[in-house]
Design a binder for this molecule. Sequence first.
Ligand SMILES: [Zn+2]
Ligand SMILES: [Zn+2]
Length: 365
Amino acid sequence: MINIGLYHKYKVTSFIFHPEQGNYSVFTEKGKLLEADKGEVLELHFSSSGISVKSLDQDYGSFKKVRFIGTEPSNSFEIRVPFSKKTRKYEDNLFVNIHNYYNYFQLINNIDLDNYVAGVVESEVGRNPPSEYFKLQSIICRTYALKNIDRHSVEGFSLCHKVHCQAYNGKPKSVLIKEAAIETNGVVIVDSDINLITATFYSNCGGETANSEEVWRSKLYYLRTTKDTFCLKENNAVWTKKISKTSWKSYLKKHHAHDSDLNYECGTEYFQLDREQFYEKDNVKIPFVKIRKDFKLKSAQFNVIPDANYVILKGKGFGHGVGLCQEGAMRMAKLGFSYIDILHFYYEDVHMINLESLAFFKADF
Ligand SMILES: [Zn+2]
Ligand SMILES: [Zn+2]
């Protein structure tokens, strides 16, 4: 089981809970409060005396903690907060606390790891990819979750539901995603020292993935540059952006070693053949990742072509380029590669092992 912070940073002071599948036992710090079945609708409000729990016809009182625990093999519930028109569905259990410092709730989805993984996969990649792809994305999301299990430990849960950790919008609709999470149950990716890897991914590498140290500080042996022809015809393979010549030149000027002698005309053309780390020309040296950030570009791989009063940036790929290229991996899955082959293609010399084996390797002898 894993604890996921829901509505993290939203000030939830009331919500409606009702079981969608299975039954729920409701506990408080005083013991068991009630059994809630499908027909039950409970309203929880923040009040000066704590968390007040009411059904349509009964007031159960106020508490410090409320726990909704599913009693069947599979359980899910719906939740609705006042500021959202949509109800959200989550699997397994819900813990309700009062936030330490503020006057609002802390909602924690206490959920089976594979159920969570399936929810993340659907939230992150949607329902279109082939089922083999769902398997490798499940392994990546599981590896990420366990590697970052302490990310919000100070706040009392493991991971938040946002992109900050992994996007998680609750119970997935796709049966294929659910099956992929179950089929890869417990499988994670480890490096040569049997440590969980940093399983990074992004949309499209543009034909060549990046070394980890080109984007972040750390050099990880399994995040190496590799040529990838699988993604070249996919949606995010290429992009263009038009920027006024004036703003491009003044940007270069800011980074010029000797401001006064910048050769303006030379500065408006640049060809990056392979993935390069620096835009380096005429006494200007800027990391491509910085230009990407400053101009909010889809990737750091692009050529610069002058065009009248503009420069056209012609780019390749979408995302940081480190690790797995999602569009390339989806294409590989469609071509019949197995999820294991695909993971090995993007993460060099790693191993897929079961959590039980990981516990065995990590045990003290
Ligand atoms: Zn987070
Ligand atoms: Zn690619």
